[in-house]
Design a protein around this ligand. Structure first.
Ligand SMILES: [Zn+2]
Length: 313
């Protein structure tokens, strides 16, 4: 990891994480301002168990590769405004997940730049695969889910404006509360740091020895890297002095609009998609002006998200 950042032209530093007996690798690219966009991917995986090797191609080598490519591109042609801190986190996987020994949690407790100088933490996990079965429409296969944009001012609008900017990927917003905490953004969210979680979702090879490189979608990975480079540039150059975290927001409407669009494209593959779309449309009508559903209706939304994730896995 250290070598990969060096080769991209950065000077990485190791931050030991005693709890997991490992280290975060942090590579700063200083900007014109003393504020930061943090780009993160965990670089640990499950290792070996008996005769099984867990390769972790999608979880999380693809994200690490994207991070290094973005680092290389931004080093060559630095963004305006804020600096970028690249963070390869250790200890994301069990048994450290959501514990103090998790690398990203350790960083959040011992940050190398003050947390209130981070205007966006972008976390990538499981970003290497196409979504849905072969034969699903490209518009579905090329989806990347973006969670948490609603938790900071202006980030949702930025992501939406850029959603189809890069051929080869379609960025689809989901509210961060549609899934349980799944990755390194957890420690930042709890500390009111604006965050964005990019993922292609859990799929059938998730946490199995079958998560291997030949199953990845390389054109999609390249497109994701190009898209992320642009997102980081835009985020570094945002004109407001600091990006405001929005603690009390939940945006069910953005989730429902993403569901409706995806399900509409899946109707040729499954009759269930039409049923799901109809209920998503009903729920969207019930959102209040801030895009929020009542608790009982929200159960229906979570069920739809769960069904879709399983259907596409
Ligand atoms: Zn992972």
């Amino acid at each position: 990891m250290v070598e990969a950042f060096r080769e991209a032209g950065l000077e990485p530093v190791e931050q030991p994480v005693p709890g997991c007996n490992g280290a975060n690798i942090l590579a700063p690219l200083r900007g014109e301002q003393d504020r930061w966009v943090l780009v993160a991917a965990h670089y640990d995986h499950l290792g070996r168990e008996g005769s099984h090797t867990f390769h972790g191609a999608d979880d999380n080598a693809a994200a690490v590769a994207i991070m290094v490519e973005v680092a290389r591109a931004l080093r060559r042609n630095p963004p305006k405004g804020r600096g970028v801190l690249f963070a390869a986190f250790d200890g994301e996987e069990p048994p450290y997940f959501l514990s103090e020994a998790m690398g990203s949690e350790h960083f959040a407790r011992h940050p190398t730049v003050p947390l209130d100088t981070i205007d966006l933490m972008v976390c990538m996990d499981l970003v290497g695969h196409a979504i849905g079965p072969e034969g699903a429409p490209d518009d579905v296969r090329r989806s990347v889910f973006a969670l948490g944009a609603e938790r900071s001012e202006g980030t949702g609008a930025l992501v939406e404006r850029m959603a189809r900017m890069e051929p080869g990927v379609v960025i689809r917003r989901f509210d961060a509360e549609t899934v349980p905490p799944l990755s390194d953004y957890w420690g930042f969210w709890r500390r009111n740091v604006p965050f964005l979680f990019l993922t292609n979702g859990r799929w059938r090879h998730y946490h199995t020895p079958e998560d291997t490189p030949e199953k990845l979608d390389y054109p999609k990975i390249e497109a994701t890297a190009r898209w992320l480079e642009q997102l980081v540039r835009e985020s570094c150059a945002r004109p407001e002095p600091r990006v405001r975290f929005l603690a009390e927001v939940r945006d069910d409407a953005s989730t429902l609009r993403s569901l409706i669009d995806l399900l509409a494209k899946l109707e040729t593959l499954s009759p269930m998609a039409a049923v799901g779309r109809a209920s998503a449309e009903q729920l969207l009508e019930r959102c209040d002006a801030s895009g929020r559903l009542g608790d009982s209706e929200r159960a229906g939304l979570l069920m739809l998200v769960g069904q879709l994730e399983r259907g596409l896995a």
